[in-house]
Design a protein around this ligand. Structure first.
Ligand code: ASP
Ligand code: MG
Length: 446
């Protein structure tokens, strides 16, 4: 079997749902299980409706109702489908009325409320698939073994899911049913609805794939896969053929928002490949995320950058070899609630980077007891995701390019991660560096 996950924009309206059916039909003999997100921007609409009820006392489901009923109509679905989803919309309306009356919106209620998006989308899609000859059935994730803790708005699946999910899903698949499952949602031990965090449908899909030992998890997006760089910065960016789970997780962290880093975890455990495909361009090969890169490919897979970074240089004013210096420095950052990204140290100094959003005056004052501190704003982190076992080659090529551009590298870190080399340049230089690196690593055939 395989798992196919389609995100909100892939099921945004009747036309997109028809298109998805077409894609699914080409893979029926591989026994797919489908995981769907809410249609289009439904999750955002639901959160807006909740805020409106909570703050202004407004109760409006019209936008959500219209989107879904229009799809039912445009897909020419039998009247029974409208009758099936109307109670859900009614329940949603009651919930919003409740919120507007008591003016209370707890995380638990929020999760209950946003769950309607996925519950509506699977019912409509499965009903349509049935009309085109696919033996599809809609399921709420909790009926297929999705149990989570009670960490509302970002719940974690419990480990029993590894047995519960295949117990429920495999018999269905063996009986020729194509389950269409809600992504994103689960229930806790007390039967309360939870969500796995924004973008959580990816995790629902990879969890099913890993637990059921599927051949692969396909994640259908609206881009041609993971790209070698941000196309807004590097117009020649192209899809990466293959990356490791670790590299994909780093990419998600550094801003290439293709998959949630957490979504990689289940498949990483079992070695189940994750394939990122474009539902708008199914012919494109997409990106394959695997545990080891099978063939000899480029030493690097992708480039990312993050702007608006502040560099803090801290030089100890105490004696060389003084112990506890780093501990003190880091506890200062912790005390002020500052999250550090990159770190490089020498015997008496440490350089750190953080997002420019923080006010560092209090920190600077605190640190000045033990060190002299210099704060430099307007920096960018350039990150190379690649095979760090080839770091000498990667660094030589990267720094040679910086040299040719007259760009000074201000800090370097090749950390514990086996996939990421990062360095700091001025904000104003980042785009140029990125383009030149891309040209060298991806555009020139050697
Ligand atoms: N519908 C949810 C969201 O928009 C979950 C998902 O799309 O993965 O965050
Ligand atoms: Mg969504």
């Amino acid at each position: 079997m395989i798992v196919m996950k389609f995100g909100g924009s892939s099921v945004a309206n009747a036309e997109r749902i028809r298109h998805v059916a077409g894609i699914v039909k080409t893979q029926l003999e591989r026994k797919p299980v489908l995981v769907l997100s809410a249609m289009g921007d439904t999750t955002d609409y639901l959160l807006e409706a909740a805020n409106d009820a909570y703050k202004q006392g407004g109760v409006s489901v019209s936008r959500i109702e219209e989107l879904h009923l229009t799809a039912v109509k445009d897909l020419n679905l039998p009247d029974q489908v409208r009758k099936d989803i109307e109670p859900l919309i009614e329940e949603l309306r009651s919930l919003l009325s409740g919120i507007s009356l008591i003016r209370e919106l707890t995380p638990r209620t929020r999760d209950y409320l946003v769950s309607f998006g996925e519950r509506l989308s699977v019912r409509i899609a499965a009903a349509y698939f049935s009309t085109v000859g696919i033996n599809a059935r809609a399921f709420d994730a909790w009926d297929l073994g999705f149990v989570s803790d009670s960490g509302y708005t970002a719940a974690e699946l419990v480990k029993e899911c590894w047995e519960l999910i295949p117990e429920k899903i495999l018999p269905l698949v063996e009986n020729g049913v194509l389950p269409v499952v809600t992504g994103f949602i689960a229930k806790d031990a007390n039967n309360n609805i939870t969500t796995l965090g924004r973008g959580g449908s990816d995790l629902s899909a990879t969890m099913i794939a890993a637990a059921c030992k599927a051949e692969e998890a396909q994640v259908w997006k609206d881009v041609d896969g993971i790209l070698t760089a941000d196309p807004r910065l590097v117009p020649r960016a192209k899809p990466v053929e293959m990356v490791t789970y670790e590299a994909a997780a780093e990419l998600a962290y550094f801003g290439a928002q293709v998959l949630h880093p957490r979504a990689m975890q289940p498949c990483m455990k079992t070695g189940t490949p994750v394939l990122v495909k474009n539902s708008y361009n199914p012919a494109a090969p997409g990106t394959r995320i695997v545990s080891v890169l099978e063939k000899k490919i480029s030493p690097i897979q992708a480039l990312t950058s993050r702007k608006n970074v502040t560099l803090v240089d801290i030089v100890s004013t105490r004696m060389l070899g003084q112990y506890g210096f780093l501990a003190e420095v880091f506890s200062c950052f912790a005390k002020h609630g500052l999250s550090v990204d990159m770190v490089a140290t020498s015997e008496v100094s440490v350089s750190l980077t953080l997002d420019a959003v923080y006010d560092l005056t209090a920190l600077q004052k605190d640190l000045s007891r033990i060190a002299s501190v210099e704060i430099k704003t307007g920096k960018a982190i350039v990150t190379i995701i690649g095979n760090v076992r080839r770091s000498s080659e990667i660094l030589a090529r990267a720094f040679r390019i910086c040299e040719l551009l007259g760009v000074t590298v201000q800090m370097v870190s090749q950390g514990a991660s086996k996939v990421n080399i990062s360095f700091i340049v001025d904000d104003s230089e980042a785009a140029e560096v990125l383009k030149a690196l891309h040209g060298d690593f991806f555009e020139i055939k050697v």
